[in-house]
Structure formats: C-alpha cells, structure tokens
Write a protein that binds this ligand. Structure first.
Ligand code: WQD
Length: 318
C-alpha cells in the first residue's frame, strides 16, 4: 500500500512521513513548498513539487507511484489570517481539496485520510469534547476543515470511498531538531521565542473560569499525532470506514502550567506578563480520545515534558 501525503514537507507532514516509513508503509510526498520545506523530506522519499489543485501533476503522481490512498494535509492553518482573508482560505482549503478529491475519483483512488482540527468545535459547550459534540466553528479556518469532512461524507454516500478525518488538538514537540515547527504561531514556540529575545512570555488572559484563570488546552506530541495517522491509514487499508476521530491526550493543561514546564525545562527563571484575552479564544477544552483508542488502538505515549523538552532542544540547535 502506498500513500500520497499532500503537505508532507510541513512540520506535521514530515513527522508523518517518518512514522509511515518506520511502519513499512509506502509514502510519496506532494507539496508546493508554499510553507513546507524541501529538506524536511528525506532523499529516499519520492517528492512531487506541485499544488493539490494541479490535477495533472496529482494524477501523474497517483498513477506513477501506484498510490492506493491519499493523506491530505496541505492547507492554510492560521486562524487569524483566515478571519482576515476568508476567501483565500475557502479557495486553498476547500477548493484545493475539492480538486484533489476529483482527481482521486478520476484515477480510482478510493481511500482518503484527512487532516482536520479541533477548530471545528469552536467554543464547545462542554470542556470534554467527544466526536458527538456539536461542530460550531468560530473561524473560516475551522469552517473549511469542517467543509472538508462534509465533502468526504457526501462523496462516501454517493459512491465507494473509505475515509477518516483526524481532528487535531494542540500539537507540540518534535522527534528531531531538524523537523521542529519553524513557525512561531503557537504557545510553546512563542514562549521560547520570547525567552530567546530576552522578553517575558505572555499569558493571554488569566481571568477565565479555570483552575488558575488561564486557558485550558489539550497538548499532543507531534510524534503521537503521526502514529495516529499510521493507525488510521492501516484501518483504511484493511476495511471500509468513514469516521472522525479526536486526536488528543484527554488531559487539559493551562497556559500557566505550560509556562511552568518551560521554566523547568529551560532552567530560565523568567516572569511572564499577563496581558488581555486574545479575541476568539475559548476558555477551556480538551479531547475525549476514547473513540480513537477503542477503534484504532491508538493512545498518546508522550507527555508535556517530552513536548517542551524536544521543542527546547530544537530551539537551541537553531
Ligand atoms: C494555546 C493557548 C492562547 C500564545 C490553535 C488553533 C486550533 C488548532 C490548534 C489547528 C491559548 C494561549 C498562546 C501566547 C498565550 N490548530 N497563548 N500566550 O489557539 O489553542 O489552537 O492550534 O488545527 O485551531 O486555533 O493554540 O498555541 O495559539 O494557544 O497565552 O504567547 O495559549 O490564548 O489559550 P490555540 P495556541
């Protein structure tokens, strides 16, 4: 079985490629390098420099490498940017996926594993989020991820298609310094960036109704997340399915607890600045990972210490 991984040159994609290789699964990467990095893809992995919307290039890649399934990660993922440029997000994420799915239909590829997001839940009515929790996205980004799930569901109703969508919670850490997240858009990299510039990390609000006033999230190690894709792809290779799965640890951690861990791991005795709330931030939510553990036998192996430690080692190696 060979999987085409769109967006395989990105931070998460590069980790998934390694996990697929270790699991003995064939993998081909397609990435337009708009945000991905060519060096993230090992020399022994076939690489196609193209956009998912380039139907001819995608079809050639699918045929030439006898691809049996598509793992679709290539997308824009900045929530704030999606609010400012909604049509760009609909074009890139929904239009791109629509084109990719058409090419799959045209070439007879009938297995699709989709990179979705906890952003589909918006501000959940309960902190503990399972797959039955209503999906009310609060940003164009979240909407485009939900639309992607809907396209898969609709296609599966209309004809043969095996699919699954993984809803990622807050991804952090790295398996190796060279694969680290180069973006500085999330809490852990933002805190490390602040420290490396001699600034105090910031807490976006500590007047939430949580145990220490700061927001609660579910942080998941990127290596665990990659393994979840291996488990889901194997399931699609084995049998028909069409499911969405939360991928988290099932443990809520506050922003201040993350920063305490950063203090412990870095050995830097910093203070943090509490600033105003960031608009649109839900107070608290974390995954109920029961379904993925029951159906796919996956559960997280790494904890917050592993995430922050690996991110810090990578930061120092920059
Ligand atoms: C985490 C917490 C911030 C930076 C995002 C997407 C979501 C999903 C996961 C992909 C929040 C606080 C942050 C800082 C802070 N993405 N924070 N100081 O927003 O929970 O989730 O990634 O699908 O859709 O929205 O992640 O890392 O930005 O923030 O206090 O300097 O840390 O307010 O509570 P978020 P994040």
């Amino acid at each position: 079985m060979t999987w085409l991984l769109t967006g395989g040159a990105g931070y998460i994609g590069a980790h998934i490629v390694r996990a697929f290789q270790q699991a003995g699964m064939g993998v081909v990467v397609l990435d337009d390098l708009s945000t991905g990095i060519r060096e993230n893809v090992a020399a022994d992995v076939p690489f196609v420099d193209a956009s998912v919307a380039d139907s001819a290039a995608v079809a050639t890649a699918l045929r030439e490498h006898s691809v049996t399934g598509v793992l679709h990660l290539a997308a824009k993922k900045a929530v704030g940017e999606s609010v400012a440029k909604p049509l760009y997000y609909w074009d890139e994420n929904v239009g791109g996926m629509r084109s990719l799915l058409q090419t799959c239909l045209d070439t007879g590829v009938d297995r699709v594993l989709f990179s979705s997001s906890a952003a589909v839940y918006g501000t959940p009515p309960t902190e503990f989020v399972n797959e039955e929790t209503p999906t009310v996205p609060m940003s164009p980004y979240g909407e485009t991820k939900l639309a992607g799930e809907w396209m898969l569901r609709d296609l599966a109703a209309a004809g043969p298609l095996r699919w699954a969508a993984l809803r990622y919670f807050n991804v952090a850490g790295t398996r190796a310094p060279e694969l680290a997240d180069r973006g500085v858009a999330n809490l852990v990299p933002m805190a490390l960036q602040a420290l490396s510039e001699g600034r105090n990390p910031q807490v976006f609000g500590d007047d939430y109704d949580t145990r220490d006033g700061s927001c609660v999230r579910d942080y998941i190690h990127v290596v665990d997340l990659a393994e979840a894709h291996v488990a889901a792809a194997r399931r699609l290779d084995e049998r028909d399915t069409g499911e969405v799965y939360n991928v988290g640890r099932g443990e809520g951690v506050t922003v201040k607890e993350v920063l305490e861990k950063v203090r412990e791991v870095t050995g830097i005795d910093f203070r943090y600045d509490v600033v105003g709330r960031r608009p649109g931030d839900p107070a608290a939510y974390f995954a109920d990972p029961t379904k993925i553990s029951k159906d796919l036998g996956w559960s997280a192996r790494y904890d917050l210490d592993d995430m922050v430690r690996s991110a810090w080692e990578a930061w120092q190696a920059r």
